[in-house]
Design a protein around this ligand. Structure first.
Ligand SMILES: [Zn+2]
Ligand SMILES: [Zn+2]
Length: 327
């Protein structure tokens, strides 16, 4: 019995080392050299096809986006979250894997077969369950005022660049990483129980590969001024850059739409899908119920870090201060 659990923990450790290696090689973050090169190649193709009036560099890196306080704050938060990202890497890799194994052990499953029964199907199931967990956690951040206090920092960007993807409060970064990892781990564990029989390194690398391939060139454009739309049928399946830009719009008709990370099928399934429209003006930032822009809450790093904490604190205190029923 003891030898068996020792063996399974050794297996967990082996998986973690490989997973961390996969993460470190840059399959995860969209700023990896491969992703950046793929994005630039796609931009070149779009520039050649769309023939905008500006030169290539001025079109891809316009001053109205890259010489702004909004972009500067994105950069600061990118650097800060780069450190926090070490926790995120561990959250995603370690907590998800350990949760999956814990569930597997708790259900008293027999010893795994030497190889996954169907690595491609297994990787697909894990990818799908992980992407659905991301959808729901993102949706939760828009629905719960305390969580929104932190997520609003991501939405207060008035100009969007690929660095805006990292414009998150460290608390959001840590909590979301933690919650999503546990959810992903539970989904992985259930997927293993139902379909797989064992969690294989190749399966998990394959899962990353699914998301890396789906997002390789287009992910960086989700946070950008480049409005790349997909055909309507494809926007029911994959989130296009234009669809994520809709998610950042201050127009009330765009509120609470397109929560999906890689896939649009969850938005389609759960009633939050918005198909991008041609020639639709989109203004980024935080807006009120009438669509008027709200004053910038996060003009610099200090307010970006302090304001969400203060807002969340006052929401929690208000809740605690409410008279209890029956007293
Ligand atoms: Zn959001
Ligand atoms: Zn975003």
């Amino acid at each position: 019995m003891a030898a068996e659990s020792e063996a399974s923990w050794a297996l967990v450790w082996e998986q973690l080392k490989v997973l961390f290696g996969v993460y470190a090689e840059g399959l995860g973050p969209s700023m990896s050299p491969l992703n950046v090169l793929a994005t630039l190649a796609l931009c070149l193709v779009l520039w050649l096809v769309w023939k905008p009036s500006k030169g290539f560099l001025a079109w891809v890196f316009p001053a109205k986006v890259y010489r702004t306080r909004s972009f500067l704050l994105d950069l600061w938060l990118f650097l800060l979250n780069w450190f926090v990202g070490l926790f995120t890497a561990l959250n995603y890799a370690a907590i998800a894997t350990v949760t999956a194994y814990a569930l597997w052990g708790a259900l008293g499953l027999p010893a795994p077969p030497p190889e996954a029964r169907n690595p491609v199907l297994s990787a697909l199931v894990i990818f799908l369950s992980g992407d659905m967990a991301l959808y729901w956690f993102h949706r939760l951040h828009h629905g719960r005022p305390t969580l929104w206090a932190f997520h609003a920092l991501h939405h207060s960007a008035e100009e969007m660049s690929p660095v805006t993807a990292y414009r998150h409060h460290p608390i959001y970064h840590i909590l979301t990483g933690l919650f999503v990892s546990v959810a992903v781990g539970l989904c992985q564990g259930l997927a293993m129980v139902a379909l797989i029989g064992r969690l294989d390194v190749a399966v998990l690398a394959g899962t990353n590969l699914f998301s890396a391939l789906l997002n390789l060139a287009t992910n960086n454009l989700k946070h950008s001024h480049i409005r790349l739309r997909f055909p309507g049928w494809l926007e029911h399946v994959l989130i296009s850059p234009a669809q994520h830009q809709v998610h950042h719009s201050i127009d009330p008709k765009h509120f609470n739409r397109n929560y999906g990370d890689s896939l649009a099928i969850w938005d389609w399934m759960f009633g939050t899908l918005y198909i991008s429209q041609p020639d639709e003006e989109i203004r980024f930032g935080l807006g009120d119920a009438t669509g008027a822009p709200l004053p910038q809450r996060h003009p610099n790093l200090r307010t970006a870090l302090a304001e969400p904490m203060g807002r969340a604190r006052s929401i929690l205190l208000r809740r605690d201060g409410r008279p209890k029923k029956g007293l």
